[in-house]
Design a protein around this ligand. Structure first.
Ligand SMILES: Cc1cc2nc3c(=O)[nH]c(=O)nc-3n(C[C@H](O)[C@H](O)[C@H](O)COP(=O)(O)O)c2cc1C
Length: 177
């Protein structure tokens, strides 16, 4: 089984998961921005991972652009957000990201990290505005993810854990038996 992991990570959480996946599979790890489709298309298994930003998966455009060149490959996607795993959230992320030929690609969700101090000014400002907007809403109308964002606000959180990659590793092994 030969494979490649493409990862686009701004603050390190999805990169950490990419490292753990590389450890478990022995696959090569490449930054999505530096990936060359001529190289990527030589692998049987392609894993694309990235942070979740306003519900969009970082680096997903690489797959959208190159999906026709990857016909017949085993492709997997994972994304990393601050939100806790939640079926409703995952469905929404899938609907938003898995389109234009990506509909049938298995997607996995791993909880990442959150630290306003580590964010660049633009991201920090956007997150603070988002949280302020949430705080003005009637708490009874907030979903689980919104409540979590209100709770973590200016806390430093790191939920990354190697255990989350187990279902992805199992699926890769199963499909390559
Ligand atoms: C501007 C911005 C938007 C974000 N949007 C979301 C989001 O829609 N859902 C979510 O769960 N987390 C969101 N996050 C949190 C990141 O997904 C989280 O910190 C993740 O671990 C980042 O992964 P990375 O370090 O690999 O880029 C956002 C963070 C920032 C800075």
């Amino acid at each position: 089984m030969n494979g490649i992991i493409l990862c686009q990570s701004k603050y390190g959480a999805s990169k950490k998961y990419a490292g753990w996946i590389a450890e478990e599979t022995g696959f090569k790890l490449v930054e999505t921005k530096k990936a060359d489709i001529n190289d990527v298309s030589t692998y049987d298994v392609i894993i694309l991972g990235g942070g979740l930003y306003s519900e969009s998966i970082s680096g997903i455009s690489f797959l959208k652009k190159n999906i026709s060149a990857l016909k017949g490959k085993r492709i997997f996607i994972y994304c990393c957000g601050a939100a806790e795993y939640d079926e409703e959230l995952i469905d929404m992320v899938k609907k938003k990201n898995l389109k234009d030929g990506l509909e049938n690609i298995p997607m996995f969700y791993f909880q990442g990290a959150w630290d306003l101090d580590k964010m660049n000014l633009g991201d920090r400002t956007m997150c603070k505005m988002f949280i302020k907007m949430l705080s003005k809403k009637d708490p009874a109308t907030l979903n689980k993810t919104a409540k979590l964002f209100l709770d973590i606000k200016d806390k430093k959180c790191d939920w990354t854990d190697k255990k989350y990659i187990a279902p992805l590793i199992e699926r890769i092994k199963e499909e390559n038996k």
